[in-house]
Design a protein around this ligand. Sequence first.
Ligand code: HSE
Length: 293
Amino acid sequence: KTARVRVPASTANLGPGFDTLGMALSLYAWIELKEAEQTAFHLYGDEMNGVPRDKTNLIFKVAQMVFREAGVAVPELDISMYSDIPLTRGLGSSASAIIGALVAANTLIGSPLSDSKLFDMASAIEKHPDNVGASLFGGIITAVWDGRHAKHLRIEPDANLEVTVVIPEFQLSTSKAREVLPERVSLQDAVYNVSHASMLVAALASGRTELIAEAMSDRLHQPYRAALVPGMTEILQNAHHHGALGVALSGAGPTLLALTDRRENRKAELEQYLTDTMSKQGINAFVLKLRPE
Ligand code: HSE
């Protein structure tokens, strides 16, 4: 028996929706699981260097969680993975591996677990629901998670919405990018984020893309993370002068994400602006032009 899945990358937060909002992107990982006599790994793609090829591998471990949860024993697996999603850059590579492993393992044993159960498990493994929710359900999602159960609502992305990401060459771990966040925030900053995240969700749901630039503003995480990503402050302030509808740190970074309108033909200008700004800071970066998935 074989199960094969294609999982999209994702961006989390979209600015003010820290640990809440996610969007699936047209960049993918493929995972295949087969029942086997002996566990073996076939990991393809530049991004797979350094990924463990023994039973400490995340995909193997997550698959075993599914089998345990379902009360089924599949002790040995032949695991193949190919990924185009850059690792540790804020594009949800670990979330896509987790979702790929959960869905493929569940499919392998006849899908006894519901998507909602898989979402609960994925949120607990990842410790936040935004990337895994987007990878699992696609589109734009708004999620709530109480530490046990995760719920989501999917928003259909506007047909004209496109995404440009600028990916710096250096890696930034989520844990490092969470360590710089304060334990407490002021009521003023909390209100700022609730109001902006609410406006952003309403704007995305109703196709009011002219409201996105202002609504994507954030005070909970981006101001603290800016020190970790050279060029970020400048890009957050000025990308809308170069054709971006709105701009944010993608997840925990270091990738920056700009939303654009397909009908506005300024992607070359935006790409140039993003890479120039990074390179002025001495950072090599490359741009990918994507769509919401
Ligand atoms: N919401 C998470 C964060 C996403 O910003 O830390 C990390 O991938």
